[in-house]
Ligand binder design. Structure first.
Ligand SMILES: CC(C)(COP(=O)(O)OP(=O)(O)OC[C@H]1O[C@@H](n2cnc3c(N)ncnc32)[C@H](O)[C@@H]1OP(=O)(O)O)[C@@H](O)C(=O)NCCC(=O)NCCS
Length: 140
């Protein structure tokens, strides 16, 4: 599935002009799949057996209030499967996986310009931050 997503990456993205990112190697892809702290749900179009969309994220341990949070890293629908309710289904499935793990909190970061993603998150009751947070990428 990861290989399929990589090959068809442009079909699942937001259309932005992002830098190309190399896929994981096969060993790391296997570790991604085996990691109990990774949640990845795919929606399959039963008529074509193709991936209609996916969502993935990871468990984060935090020191306040609740030990575990589920961080949503990415949700993406194939361009031919958007606006048909699949995004909401994936978000519901992601929430269901969180609850199964006993996790009731999480977060997702998106761009202010991505009004579709914002509408999706707000529709499922997500609370917007106060707008003053700044995201930094760190290199180690
Ligand atoms: C964001 C994304 C996952 C939404 O998926 P989707 O399948 O189109 O969403 P759904 O059909 O389930 O719609 C759920 C809600 O999202 C919002 N939404 C979806 N498409 C929208 C659009 N074109 N304009 C405005 N709101 C929209 C609506 O609130 C919608 O609820 P409604 O149908 O009751 O109005 C999809 O557009 C996508 O893959 N975008 C590219 C990748 C991306 O930007 N991911 C998010 C950042 S990581």
């Amino acid at each position: 599935m990861l290989a399929t997503l990589f090959k068809g990456n442009a079909r699942f993205g937001d259309g932005g002009d992002h830098d190309w990112q190399p896929p994981l190697g096969s060993d790391e892809a296997a570790r991604f799949v085996a990691d109990p702290g990774t949640v990845c749900v795919a929606a399959i179009d039963m008529a074509t057996n193709h991936i209609a969309g996916f969502v993935y994220g990871g468990v984060l341990s935090r020191r306040h209030t609740r030990l575990h949070h589920l961080c949503l890293c990415e949700v993406g629908l194939d361009v031919d499967h958007r606006q048909s309710g699949v995004g909401r289904l994936l978000m519901d499935a992601f929430a269901g996986e969180a609850r199964k793990m006993g996790i009731d909190r999480g977060f997702v970061v998106t761009n202010e310009a991505n009004t579709v993603a914002i509408a999706l998150y707000e529709e499922m009751g997500a609370m917007r931050g106060d707008g003053r947070d700044v995201l930094f990428g760190l290199s180690f």
